[in-house]
Design a protein around this ligand. Sequence first.
Ligand SMILES: C[S@@+](CC[C@H](N)C(=O)[O-])C[C@H]1O[C@@H](n2cnc3c(N)ncnc32)[C@H](O)[C@@H]1O
Length: 221
Amino acid sequence: MARMYDSEEGYDLYSPYYKGDHFFLDSFDWEIVIDFFKQSIEGHSHIDLMVLGCGDGREIKRFIKAISKTGKSYTFHGMDISEKMIQLMKKSIKKEGIPLQNIVKANVLDRFDEQYRERFNLITGLFLIVHLSATQIDPFFDNIRYLLNEKGFFIFNNIPQKDLPLLRAGKHEMRILSHHHEDSVIEKKLYEHGFSIKIKRESFEQGIKISTVYCIQKEIL
Ligand SMILES: C[S@@+](CC[C@H](N)C(=O)[O-])C[C@H]1O[C@@H](n2cnc3c(N)ncnc32)[C@H](O)[C@@H]1O
């Protein structure tokens, strides 16, 4: 039977194979994500970007390219619980000629330093909340409120995942712990944490929902 891992150990082990999933991950909702991203940078002259659960850099390189095309200045931060994924990300960013900025190993459930309070005007978290349990959603949105500034946007997706996918790391078969969250539950939590949904788009494959992408903003409480 395939062994189950938590995110830290699981993604450390699976990191060399993750690139093979990029095309599949893109197929869920990438067009929507990049569209929301471009809309979100429009109103800002300078972008302070934080990519949560940044993985091996699948999205961050393309986010930076999208910002660079506008000529706007930017800083970016990335964080992930897997050291191995971070190492891959740093490598791939360097390869693209993007100057390395602040990439740290951290848990999205932990509170960041005071210097990060309300610092970011754009935060993303793709294929991330699927790895948080029902009880971790509250501290997660609490942290988003802490990190996001008044006019900022947080873009994330919710993937219905009732069965945990079987992953192959070489000859080793494994699963990484993940959780199913109904959109209605996420939306209730957003409301409770004082967020409003600016844009939301669902994707379907053969009539079955495969993703919901949200772009949210803080309500002023
Ligand atoms: C499915 S991957 C998505 C990576 C990237 N966002 C993407 O879309 O390709 C999930 C990532 O979230 C990270 N992750 C899971 N739980 C986390 C947590 N509590 N704190 C920080 N990162 C976490 C994993 O290590 C992994 O790199």
